[in-house]
Design a protein around this ligand. Structure first.
Ligand SMILES: Nc1ncnc2c1ncn2[C@@H]1O[C@H](COP(=O)(O)OP(=O)(O)OP(=O)(O)O)[C@@H](O)[C@H]1O
Length: 253
């Protein structure tokens, strides 16, 4: 579904991602793990068009998307959440999510000025999609609240809803449970499972190993920008190089 070949990103003399080959497995929960600074977020940024690769190719559904801008990649069905949520704090939860589906609308300045039928219909579509997405992530009850007044965990869910409102086929989640407590982490894990059950392909960066080992079908491990291992959770847990990369610790936590 999404295939990466020889993907490399240099920031000056620093090679953040080094010649990585990788295939995202369709319909599965794919996880990317690795120590701090291993290049995980940069890898996501390359695929989703936030950064341009220095070398390598990215193919999505048989179409090369290398160096395409983020909005083009998103329109093709690739959604993304970020480590820190980028939300409009003084707008309502629903208004934040409505923006997601605008990617799928065609109204232009003319439609806005003259409030055409197309504009009104598309506005309704965006509202309906936002409501559906908020219901899916369990946030219908706070949809009219300002984002600034909801909890950190709810903000994470809003970011999920925003990604879902773009009608994606694949969702890249960058540390979705960073900064949330253990009970909330379990709830977020259930939500990721629910997204997968709905047929979405998930690609996930996480540091919380028990959660990854429970959720992921396939794991890739990055260390200093290089892929050092990939396989099932059971294979990764006993991989010597992975254990070494985590400074001799256990990845099963
Ligand atoms: N925009 C940038 N400019 C320069 N260097 C960068 C930039 N983004 C990332 N890097 C560097 O690239 C390397 C990989 O960083 P990256 O954030 O991708 O790692 P990570 O595995 O996501 O880390 P973490 O788990 O701590 O979030 C680091 O050395 C980082 O300092």
């Amino acid at each position: 579904m999404l295939e990466v070949k020889g993907l490399t990103k240099r920031f000056g003399g620093n090679v953040a991602v080094k010649s990585v080959d990788y295939s995202v497995q369709q319909g599965k929960i794919n996880a990317i793990i690795g120590p701090n600074g291993a290049g995980k977020s940069t890898f996501f940024n390359l695929i989703t068009g936030v950064h341009e690769p220095t070398e390598g190719t990215i193919i999505y559904k048989n179409q090369e998307i290398t160096r395409q801008p983020a909005n083009v990649i998103a329109k093709l069905g690739v959604a993304r959440t970020f480590q820190s949520t980028h939300l409009f704090e003084m707008s309502t939860v629903k208004d934040n999510v409505i923006v997601g589906h605008r990617l799928r609308t065609k109204s232009n300045l003319f439609d806005s000025i003259f409030r055409t039928k197309r504009l009104k219909e598309e506005e309704q579509q965006c509202i309906a999609k936002a409501e559906e997405s908020l219901d899916f992530v369990g946030l219908s009850h706070v949809s009219d609240q300002l984002v600034t007044n909801i909890s950190q965990e709810e903000k994470k869910r809003v970011a999920f809803a925003l990604a879902l409102a773009t009608d994606p086929e694949i969702v890249f989640l960058d540390e979705p449970t960073a900064g949330v407590n253990p009970d909330e982490t379990d709830e977020m894990a259930n939500l990721i499972q629910k997204m997968s059950d709905k047929g979405l392909t998930i690609c996930l960066i996480e540091h919380k190993m028990p959660m990854i080992m429970r959720l992921a079908h396939h794991i890739m491990v990055l260390n200093y920008g290089e892929k050092i291992a990939e396989g099932t959770p059971a294979e990764i847990q006993k991989n010597e190089e992975v254990i070494k990369a985590y400074l001799g610790g256990t990845v099963s936590a």
